[in-house]
Ligand binder design. Structure first.
Ligand SMILES: *Cc1c(COP(=O)(O)O)cnc(C)c1O
Length: 376
C-alpha cells in the first residue's frame, strides 16, 4: 500500500489560478467582492450562453437555499426533489421549514422519472397542496430528460430549479445544463468538475433575480447610509480569492471535460465485453455528458460491486457506491416518496469509479490492471 492514492475526483489546477489570486493580493481585494468575483461571473455567463445571469456564491447549497427563497418557498410548503442525489439537493428545503417530496429515477439517465413526477404532482394536488417548486438533478453530469420534465412542470405551472452542481459543461440538444430551469445552481466544491476550493453559483434568466440573490447573499441591506434591514439576509457571497481560482479554472474547463470523457471511454473499453455491466452513457446523441464521474451499474449475477470496491481499496484506489437515495435516509424517513425501486436498485448495484481529469497513464494502468484482475 505504498503507492499513491488514486481519488475519484481531485482538484486539477490549470496554471493561471495563482495569477488571479496574486492580483487580488496586489490590489488588496481580500473580500467577498471584487474584480475576480465579477470576472468569474462574466466567464460563467459567457460560457453558459442564452443570456443567463450568474451570481457567485459561497456554495452550491447556498445557491439552492436562495433559489428556493426566490421561488417563494415558505414554512409548510412542499417541494419536489429527485431522490437519487446528494443530500445538499434536499437539505435547503428543510432549512425553510418546507417538506421534500421525493421522486424515483428512470433507467435511461438515472435522473428524475417523468412518470413518477407527474404521479406525485397529481397526488399532492389531490391531497390539497400543490408543490411550490421542483429540484431536478443532472446527476454525475448526465442531463436529465430535460424536455419531458420541463413539459410536466410547466403543465402544472411549477418552477424548476436545476441542480447542475455536477453538470457544468454538459449539454442537452446543444444547450448547456444550467440554462433550462427558472433557476439553476452550480457547485465549485473541491471534488467537482472545476473548483474554487469551495463555492457555488445561482443562475437565473432574469437580471432582477440575480440582483435579488446578491442582495440576500450580502445580508439584505436596504438602500440607506446606515444598516437597515426589511428582510432576513444571509452571508453567502463568494470571496474574491476563491473567485480568482474560478477564473483560472474556467480557462481549462473544456480541456478537463475532454479528459473526463476520455476516462469514460477508458471504462467503456474495460467493461465492454463484460456481461451484466452497464457503464452509464448518454442514452441518445442529443445528450452530452461531462462525465464528472463514470458510473457502472452491475447485475447481481455478474458480480458484487462491494467486492470490487474492497479490492480497489486494497490497492489504494478510491471508488464509491452511488448516492444513497434521500427517501432511504434516516433524516428523511417521514418524507413522501413516489417510485418503484429504480434509485434503490442503482444504489445497491452501482459504483462510481476514479474519473479525474488529472489521472496519468501509470494511474490508469493501475486501475485497468486492478479491474481486469478482479474480473478474472
Ligand atoms: C456538490 C453538490 C451540491 C452542493 O454543492 P456545494 O457547493 O458542495 O454546497 C448540490 N447538489 C449536488 C448534486 C452536488 O453534487
Amino acid at each position: 500500500m505504498n503507492k499513491s492514492k488514486i481519488y475519484l475526483s481531485s482538484p486539477h489546477m490549470g496554471g493561471n489560478e495563482q495569477k488571479y489570486i496574486d492580483e487580488a493580493f496586489d490590489q488588496n481585494w481580500i473580500a467577498p467582492l471584487g474584480p475576480n468575483v465579477t470576472g468569474f461571473e462574466n466567464d460563467l455567463e459567457g460560457y453558459l450562453g442564452k443570456d443567463v445571469k450568474v451570481a457567485a456564491l459561497s456554495s452550491g447549497t447556498a445557491a439552492l437555499h436562495l433559489a428556493l427563497i426566490l421561488c417563494g418557498v415558505e414554512r409548510g410548503d412542499e417541494v419536489l426533489c429527485q431522490s437519487l442525489t446528494f443530500a445538499a439537493s434536499a437539505n435547503p428545503i428543510v432549512y425553510l421549514g418546507a417538506t421534500p417530496v421525493f421522486i424515483d429515477s428512470e433507467k435511461d439517465t438515472y435522473n428524475i422519472s417523468p412518470e413518477f413526477l407527474e404521479e406525485a404532482i397529481k397526488d399532492r394536488i389531490k391531497k390539497g397542496k400543490k408543490p411550490k417548486a421542483l429540484i431536478a438533478v443532472h446527476l454525475y453530469g448526465m442531463p436529465y430528460k430535460v424536455e419531458e420534465i420541463h413539459a410536466i412542470a410547466s403543465r402544472y405551472n411549477i418552477p424548476v430549479i436545476e441542480d447542475s452542481a455536477e453538470a457544468l459543461g454538459s449539454t442537452y440538444k446543444g444547450e448547456k445544463c444550467g440554462t433550462f430551469g427558472d433557476f439553476a445552481i452550480l457547485s465549485f466544491n473541491g471534488n467537482k468538475i472545476i473548483t474554487t476550493s469551495g463555492g457555488g453559483a445561482l443562475v437565473s434568466k432574469d437580471p432582477k433575480m440575480k440582483e435579488k440573490a446578491i442582495f440576500l447573499a450580502t445580508q439584505a441591506r436596504d438602500a440607506a447610509p446606515h444598516y437597515q434591514h426589511s428582510e432576513i439576509g444571509y452571508n453567502y457571497r463568494l470571496s474574491n480569492i476563491s473567485a480568482g481560482i474560478g477564473r483560472g479554472q474556467m480557462e481549462v474547463l473544456d480541456a478537463h471535460i475532454s479528459k473526463r470523457r476520455e476516462m469514460n471511454f477508458f471504462y467503456n473499453d474495460i467493461f465492454g465485453g463484460v456481461k451484466g455491466v452497464k457503464v452509464l452513457n448518454e442514452p441518445e446523441n442529443t445528450y452530452f455528458c461531462n462525465h464528472w464521474l463514470t458510473v457502472i451499474i452491475v447485475e447481481k449475477e455478474a458480480f458484487n460491486t462491494d467486492a470490487l470496491r474492497e479490492d480497489l481499496e486494497e490497492l489504494n484506489i478510491e471508488s464509491r457506491p452511488l448516492w444513497k437515495p434521500m427517501h432511504l435516509q434516516p433524516v428523511f424517513w417521514e418524507a413522501p416518496f413516489y417510485g418503484n425501486g429504480v434509485a434503490e436498485e442503482a444504489f445497491k448495484t452501482g459504483l462510481c469509479l476514479p474519473s479525474g481529469s488529472n489521472l496519468n497513464d501509470e494511474e490508469k494502468n493501475r486501475i485497468k490492471t486492478a479491474i481486469r484482475n478482479f474480473l478474472q
